[in-house]
Design a protein around this ligand. Sequence first.
Ligand SMILES: C[S@@+](CC[C@H](N)C(=O)[O-])C[C@H]1O[C@@H](n2cnc3c(N)ncnc32)[C@H](O)[C@@H]1O
Ligand code: SF4
Length: 402
Amino acid sequence: MVSSAAAPIETETPALVLRDFGDGPFGIYIHVPFCATRCGYCDFNTYTAGELGTSASPQSWLEALRGELATAAERFAALPTATPEVATIFVGGGTPSLLGGDGLADVLDSVRANFTFAVDAEVTTESNPESTSPQFFERIRAAGFTRVSLGMQSAAQHVLKVLDRTHTPGRAVAAAKEARAAGFEHVNLDLIYGTPGERDSDLDASLDAVLSAGVDHVSAYSLIVEDGTALARRVRRGELPAPDDDVLAARYERIDARLGAAGLTWYEVSNWAAGDSARCRHNLGYWDGGDWLGAGPGAHSHVGGVRWWNVKHPARYADTVARGGLPAAGWEILTADEQHTERVMLTVRLRTGLPLNELAPTESAAATRIIADGLAVRSGDRLILTDRGRLLADGVVRDLLT
Ligand SMILES: C[S@@+](CC[C@H](N)C(=O)[O-])C[C@H]1O[C@@H](n2cnc3c(N)ncnc32)[C@H](O)[C@@H]1O
Ligand code: SF4
């Protein structure tokens, strides 16, 4: 835990300091820590039924979630500024669709019982293609969800196999169409590119499939070999090659060209949308300085420059909530320098760019070099990545901050 000299407004046991809300939008993230099976590349805080045994279940999780939301609402009510209306809710995981339509409706009810939603609130749930159906989408639409994000990853069977995905190549597109038929205007498909064994033709097939689904949003992530995962062990043993940087760059360019030609424009380095209203407002809140409550095991929160993170294991999470207080494992008040670093790292990845007037003199000098190198342009008072700059976004951030 890190603390600072800032005057605490409220003290939590053990000593979690809350500060007043900032000016940005307020969102709520709910973490669902359950998956039917674990994908070899994934290091998210999620557990299979076998891993949990009898220590935790969706029922004990939901009960604890209700407790956490009630406590958070109570704590926020003690702050000087009234708790803002909830502009966005994002139920993520893990596999939220494992809860079923009724379970997700219960989750939303538990948020509504404690917070006021804005009339135009964006309410997203992640879903895995194999645990959805037309009835599921109809149920969650009726419950108040407005947006669905589906993990497709690839349309190539052999790629899905390397990724340990359990759905068939066609299931994600079918699910996206079912979601649209159930009245969801906003549907996202997640792609992973650069998987060992993926060929250019596999990526093209994935993009054909995405574009046939009629979705208004696509997220595409290069495969990250996370330490401690089954994928990392397979790469270390030489069973699978590590993703190649040049291949990843070429794939990114291919994705951007094909999505762009179809009217899906990038608005963040890994995210494309069919117009401004199709952008994920919840994620924009993270990237552009909003406040959010993250509820559920391991979830992170950020309100007014204070960041805290919950205990990770669902059984410990439920125990901690039952004892009262917020289930925070740790917290920190971000210094002005840390807030600046985060802001640079996140806003430079946005199409709207980084406000140049926020840069320190050495950073401004770095920005001038970055523009001269063709990695970014100045547009008004903003620094905006070029196509080449998007491929080298991490390097641009390093150059700006060193
Ligand atoms: C954590 S998952 C949750 C959603 C859902 N369980 C699913 O798998 O579709 C969210 C997205 O993160 C991406 N992801 C997770 N681990 C990744 C990794 N190691 N490399 C690249 N993308 C990853 C995948 O595209 C996935 O759809
Ligand atoms: S990628 Fe999704 S389904 Fe696979 S283990 Fe991670 S959270 Fe679960």
